[in-house]
Design a protein around this ligand. Structure first.
Ligand SMILES: NC(=O)c1ccc[n+]([C@@H]2O[C@H](COP(=O)([O-])OP(=O)(O)OC[C@H]3O[C@@H](n4cnc5c(N)ncnc54)[C@H](O)[C@@H]3O)[C@@H](O)[C@H]2O)c1
Length: 258
């Protein structure tokens, strides 16, 4: 699928994997709408790629709709990448037998709201806009790539909330791709392993933490680069025969319990 002259939306596009996807989509000729909370980084990247920044919290449907409308106003929206996401680490129960020490339920709901419901909200609104596009020679009107995580399959101790949210993104892949097929819209899901992005924080301590993490990777023994993920994300969008699939991009890692 050719995205030249189209618009693309990348949620979480101001940082990490999303930012790498923004650069690659722009290099392939799309005008990219960077939909993120972080205005400073988002605006700088928009200027670099001659795109647009839209201040979006993916848990706010009005802001999701405004980003989609902004894209459609420029050119037909043919590509969406849902990369906005947050982590959370807490065990399901505490050590002292007190109910108050159990997993923070508001934190659980927040992770689900951003990573899972926010992803689905952008899918349903963006696909509605895509359904109005003229189809290409394959009958394709657009394509969507969602970011899940290997934590959807190998969730570690303390990852109940994060893995639940990412498992939901895996679970929606086939039924949503089936729903959207009638409109000529494809949807795929990418499951990163351990990727070197600001999600692990910045500074000396996080560099040491990341160096240690890389030792668990099968091969090559390092963290992945955001560009290595963006390459697969964009392939699922431009490859017209990719649909309804979940793809791990993880150097072969299988996460241990902790
Ligand atoms: N880095 C990894 O190792 C890794 C591994 C597996 C999965 N992932 C997933 O890949 C995606 C991208 O991760 P990353 O490592 O690039 O993270 P990142 O922290 O570098 O970027 C995430 C971006 O999402 C934005 N964001 C957060 N909450 C938002 C909200 N409510 N509305 C809009 N934007 C919001 C942040 O501002 C940030 O710019 C996430 O969904 C993450 O869960 C990352």
């Amino acid at each position: 699928m050719d995205i030249t002259g189209s618009t693309a939306i990348v949620t979480g596009g101001a940082s990490g994997i999303g930012a790498a996807a923004v650069r690659l989509l722009a290099a392939k000729g799309a005008t990219v709408v960077i939909a993120d909370l972080q205005a400073d980084k988002g605006e700088a990247l928009a200027e670099e790629v001659k795109g647009v920044f839209a201040q979006v919290d993916v848990t706010n449907t009005d802001q999701v709709k405004a980003a989609v409308d902004a894209a459609v106003a420029i050119a037909p929206l043919r590509a969406v990448v849902n990369s906005a996401g947050i982590g959370w680490a807490q065990r399901t129960i505490g050590r002292d037998g007190e109910y108050d020490s159990a997993h923070d339920l508001e934190a659980y709901k927040k992770v689900i709201a951003i990573n899972l419901i926010g992803t689905f909200d952008m899918v349903r609104i963006a696909a509605t806009a895509m359904s109005r596009n003229e189809p290409d020679e394959d009958g394709c009107r657009g394509a969507i790539a969602n970011l899940t995580s290997v934590a959807a399959f190998d969730g570690q101790i303390g990852q109940a909330a994060y893995s639940s949210s990412k498992g939901g993104v895996v679970g929606m892949t086939l039924p949503v791709a089936r729903d959207l097929s009638a409109a000529g819209i494809r949807l795929n899901t990418i499951a990163p392993g351990l990727i070197d992005t600001p999600i692990y924080g910045e500074g000396e301590a996080s560099e040491a933490f990341k160096a240690n993490l890389g030792q668990n990777v099968l091969f090559p023994k390092r963290l992945g680069k955001p560009e290595e993920l963006a390459s697969m994300v964009v392939e699922t969008i431009t490859n017209s025969y990719m649909n309804a699939e979940v793809i791990r991009v993880d150097g072969g890692i299988r996460m241990p319990p902790k």
